[in-house]
Write a protein that binds this ligand. Structure first.
Ligand code: ZN
Length: 348
């Protein structure tokens, strides 16, 4: 009986060899190894199984609310999904939370089924039932990945664990009780505990992003500086900053209502066994179409999900003095037809 099964497998393999079907490589390896010895076969099967462990990671994009109509999560989420799916590294489900005032009793995202949760979501403290907050904390504590996009760092100002995950946040009445402001000076992370509100930005203009930690998997191989497409440059964010590494900063220009400091833009945080990648970039489709946003979100999500980054840096990555954006992504915004840069009018 065992011999018959072997013969059958070999016959099937011979047929498929003629087809030269690349997707049958597992079966080919399987049968070819049996021609040598079962021991080698077992080794090859093990190798195949370990390479299939690199099959796509399940990623959840969570959206459903923002602090105002200026954050059009309904338009941004499909763009985030497209840039993640196109890597071939992720399968992506979108989970949309109920709107404000709706019944949340059936809102129970299956966090543990995902390698990473991408938050394109900004809601006040009272929104989620305690059971959902606890489930999310346990998910991250036990090794779940989190990606925080732009105004997701405005969410939940009073949820202690969430603020530890994001490292720093802004708005929604955050002040010195949220923690100090954090910035980088001469390559060192500095905290400023002086009182005041958290969160500011100027007019949306292109700006330079500077890598502060080139040895992290997310930033390894990126240029030292690059131009980011017109976007809000978040500044004066406050938070516990615990287990936080600032990967890249941008200079907040006082001429554009800035702080004069090098403000964190790409951040990683370790929370329990969970990895958090936090990008302050990405106000709108225009911002997330910037090639550097795309690349850092793709790499940051892979790192949050797996702890490693396997993606190469594309040749289209922006340079120190030239922005680079994805027209195919920008065109997913209905207002793109009105022009690339529906940015704030310059102030005089
Ligand atoms: Zn914004």
């Amino acid at each position: 009986m065992k011999r018959a099964i072997r013969a059958s497998a070999l016959n099937a393999t011979k047929t498929r060899r003629h087809e030269e079907n690349i997707f049958c490589s597992l079966l080919r390896d399987f049968a070819a190894s049996w021609q040598k010895s079962e021991l080698i076969g077992a080794a090859l099967i093990a190798a195949t199984v370990s390479s299939s462990a690199a099959s796509p990671s399940r990623v959840m994009i969570l959206d459903g609310e923002s602090g105002g109509p200026y954050h059009r999560w309904q338009v941004v989420t499909p763009v985030l999904k497209k840039m993640l799916v196109e890597t071939g590294l992720f399968t992506v489900d979108v989970v949309t939370a109920p709107p404000p005032g709706a019944d949340f009793s059936a809102f129970k995202p299956a966090f543990t089924q995902y390698a990473a949760v991408v938050l394109n979501y900004d809601a006040p403290d009272a929104r989620w039932p305690e059971s959902v907050k606890t489930a999310f904390e346990q998910y991250v504590q036990n090794g779940g990945g989190v990606v925080v996009v732009h105004a997701a760092d405005n969410a939940f100002p009073g949820w202690t664990a969430y603020n530890e995950m994001i490292g720093v946040g802004g708005w929604r009445n955050r002040n010195e009780s949220a923690g100090p402001r954090w910035f980088v000076q001469d390559g060192k992370l500095i905290s400023d505990s002086s009182p005041g509100p958290a969160g500011s930005h100027g007019t949306r203009l292109p700006f330079v992003v500077t890598v502060q930690d080139a040895n992290h998997p997310i930033t390894r191989g990126l240029p030292k500086t690059w131009m980011h497409q017109g976007d809000e440059l978040y500044a004066s964010l406050r938070g516990p900053g615990r287990n936080m590494t600032v990967l890249a900063t941008a200079h907040s220009d006082p001429a554009n209502r800035g702080t004069g400091r090098d403000e964190p833009q790409l951040i990683v945080v370790q929370y329990g066994r969970g990895r958090v990648f936090h990008t302050t970039l990405g106000h709108d489709v225009n911002g997330v179409s910037s090639v550097d946003f795309v690349v850092t979100l793709q790499r940051g999500t892979e790192w949050a999900a797996t702890g490693a980054v396997t993606q190469k840096v594309p040749a289209t990555f922006p340079t120190a003095d030239t922005v680079s954006y994805r027209a195919d992504l920008a065109a997913m915004d209905p207002i793109y037809k009105n022009g690339l840069n529906p940015l704030d009018a310059p102030r005089r």
